[in-house]
Design a protein around this ligand. Structure first.
Ligand code: BTN
Length: 264
């Protein structure tokens, strides 16, 4: 189980992860945060679990949560932001994971908008959910799964998933990685909130962007197209240059983007 005392010492006065809830098993850490919010808890709460029986992925998928080797955690945020701007938080979280994983010596990248990848394989997934409250306010739950010390992956995801252990060849202490991720997020979050957009973070995000300058396929239910991924705008939209030279800002939502070769 994640060592709560070690985490406390590593987090110090970090605003994110205070309080920190360490659990053995839960259905989903995102659901746990919702329950805790209903019970009155506030901004900064983080829930981390050793295993999840109903881990949730994006697009209604399942996040298979092998016990004892990875990180599964969610945070509660009550940001001073217009509701329409909250989707950018998921990009901020991806940057935090990259900073923390890179400090472990692994040069990860971001598959827009928020998958973290290593050598073309997914190492971290982020599920951001927004909830409206009775008083007209709202809160955001950012749930993150990082494959840390998982040795093998089951057949359906074998080709597309990896872990820090798999890439680095040695195990990584989960408490160190979690504390580092939360500290990085807290710092990036402050920068993000001061502008209420990604203008101050954009160049770092773009430097981390897999497929930058490469051809991608934008798979949109309204119609797919190919183009060159140029970067992002201040609101986190992917800028894709079409064959006719025009630049299309792509919203995350229902759209998915991938390079023309393989998963990333
Ligand atoms: C994705 O599909 O890429 C997003 C996966 C998000 C998984 C994490 S694990 C911790 C948190 N709790 C959940 O139920 N899901 C997120």
């Amino acid at each position: 189980m994640i060592d709560a005392d070690k985490m406390k010492a590593l987090l110090g006065d970090c605003a994110i992860g205070s309080p920190l809830l360490c659990m053995e098993e839960v259905d989903s850490t995102n659901l746990e945060i919702q329950r805790r919010r209903k019970a009155g808890m506030g901004h900064g709460l983080v829930a981390v679990a050793e295993s999840q029986s109903g881990g949730k992925g994006r697009r209604g998928r399942q996040w298979v949560s092998k016990p004892g080797c990875n990180l599964y955690f969610s945070m509660l945020l009550c940001p001073d932001l217009p509701l329409s701007e909250t989707s950018m938080l998921t990009l901020v979280m991806a940057m935090a994971v990259c900073r923390a994983v890179r400090r472990q010596g692994l040069p990860v990248q971001i598959k827009w908008p928020n998958d973290v990848v290593a050598d073309g394989k997914k190492i971290c997934g982020i599920l951001t959910e927004l909830f409206l409250e009775r008083d007209g306010g709202f809160y955001v739950v950012i749930g993150t799964g990082i494959n840390v010390n998982q040795k093998e992956f089951p057949d359906p995801i074998k080709q597309t998933a990896t872990s820090l252990l798999d890439r680095l060849g040695h195990p990584v202490e989960r408490e160190t990685l979690l504390a580092e991720t939360l500290r990085c997020f807290a710092k990036l979050y402050r920068t993000f909130l001061s502008a209420k957009d990604l203008s101050a973070l954009r160049s770092e995000y773009e430097a981390l962007l897999a497929n930058r300058g490469a051809q991608v396929e934008v798979m949109d239910p309204q119609g797919s197209f190919f183009g060159i991924a140029l970067g992002i705008d201040d609101r986190g939209r992917l800028l894709v240059q079409k064959e006719d030279g025009s630049i299309e800002p792509v919203y995350a939502g229902e759209v998915s983007v991938r390079g023309i070769y393989g998963y990333v």
